[in-house]
Design a protein around this ligand. Structure first.
Ligand code: SF4
Length: 398
């Protein structure tokens, strides 16, 4: 059963408010940490009275987008997902039938993580944090393109992983562009945003549990993708997981695995009893320097894959020149392969994205999956023992 990730990822609410704010048009580049926080922004801005039709996300990344809107505005950054932002900014500035009033591009210092409390902290990649400043420069270097077009550029630095700080930071940034905005109202809207984000995440975890449950009950294999959230962008991840899904293998993403207590107890209980780890979400055994939110979650998902019998294959995606991912290559691969699970990496994706070579690799992966999955499931089931809650036919774990 596929997870319907992309079709409704940035879907907006249907109804909308009226009044001055309802006319305000706000553009958000569909890049980097927006891929894991978009539901917050949908809930937050709707609660502030911004009409849903006036909250505009740029299109997914594409060569055409960069060619038409970003060319000549590149700045010095070798990270491919950051470079692509110039096309997104350009589309929001130059590519709208109706002009935007605000280009909103937050700088995420930290982001919330389900591992919070079990890891040291949940910071963003420094390039994610600084990317808006970097890309903005390309639109100011000759003249102020935002000013010329009457667009207010708003880019607050957000401790998004610390919800108590967020309303004040957002209010300070938005009070000048949203008429009459108060801190109390911003606080209420942020609470609505958090609730929307939590609902969305919980829904996807439930979908993942249902996929795994279906696999468990049929002893069928599925594939786990280990990547950064923005690898869901077809222009960044090149839809490799879609190619594999076409062979009939359900796809899970590491960010949205089920974390319900009974399943965690089955997967990690023995290690906790031995004192190897303090909680199911403890990754100190494999990644002591747990400061980066996305990196922490990658390592945790690798541990999950190693213990979950029906995940018979892990696909690792990384982008060109990603310094954050380099140190994780060996640990992630070792964790996965030691369990007997198949592991395939598409590294430096944007240097090697030729469609033909991806297709050949995907065919190879499908071949291995077909021949090895049965043995992998049997071996992992033996190691993990009986009692997996997913095997309960009545289980619809949430
Ligand atoms: S994690 Fe890597 S690919 Fe992503 S923004 Fe940071 S450096 Fe770039």
């Amino acid at each position: 059963m596929p997870i319907p990730t992309l079709a409704n990822w940035f879907a907006r609410l249907r109804s909308g408010p009226s009044g001055d704010r309802a006319q305000l048009r706000i553009g958000i580049p569909r890049t980097l940490a927006i891929w894991s926080t978009h539901q917050f922004w949908l809930g937050f801005f709707a609660a502030l009275g911004i009409a849903p039709r006036n909250l505009v996300f740029s299109s997914p990344t594409s060569e055409a987008q960069y060619h038409h809107f970003g060319r000549g505005r590149g700045t010095v950054d070798c990270c491919y997902p950051v470079k692509c932002m110039a096309g997104h900014y350009g589309e929001l500035v130059f590519g709208q039938k109706r002009r935007l009033d605000v280009l909103f591009s937050p700088m995420f210092h930290s982001i919330p993580s389900f591992l919070d409390g079990a890891v040291k902290t949940s910071l963003s990649c420094p390039r994610v944090m600084a990317a808006p400043e970097n890309i903005k420069a390309g639109f100011l270097k000759e003249r102020d393109v935002f000013g010329e077009r009457g667009i207010r550029y708003v880019s607050p630095l957000l401790d998004f992983g610390e919800p108590a700080l967020v309303p004040g930071q957002l209010h300070a940034a938005l009070a000048e562009v949203i008429p009459g905005l108060t801190l109390a109202e911003t606080t209420r809207a942020a609470a609505i945003g958090w609730a929307a984000l939590q609902r969305f995440d919980a829904g996807l975890r439930a979908e993942s549990a249902a996929v795994l449950g279906a696999c468990a009950r049929r002893d069928a294999p599925c594939i786990l993708v280990l990547a950064r959230p923005y690898h869901m962008d077809p222009g960044i991840g090149h839809e490799i997981e879609g190619e594999l899904q076409a062979y009939g293998y359900p796809i899970l993403w590491g960010q949205y695995l089920p974390i319900e207590p009974a399943l965690m107890a089955w997967m990690f209980g023995a290690e906790m009893q031995r004192g190897d780890i303090a909680s199911p979400f403890d990754i100190a055994d494999v990644w002591p320097s747990s400061y980066s939110a996305n990196t922490n979650e990658l390592l945790w998902a690798a541990k999950f894959a190693a213990r979950m019998p029906w995940i018979t294959c892990v696909i690792r995606l990384t982008s060109y020149e990603c310094g954050m991912d380099q140190p994780t290559f060996s640990p992630v691969q070792e964790i996965v392969e030691r369990s007997g699970t198949l592991f395939f990496a598409f590294q430096e994706l944007d240097a090697t994205k030729a469609a033909g070579s991806i297709k050949i690799r995907v065919e190879t992966i499908a071949h291995y999956l077909e021949h090895a999955s049965g043995d992998i499931i049997r071996q992992k089931r033996r190691l993990m023992g009986a009692g997996c809650p997913l095997e309960d036919a009545t289980s619809q774990a949430a």
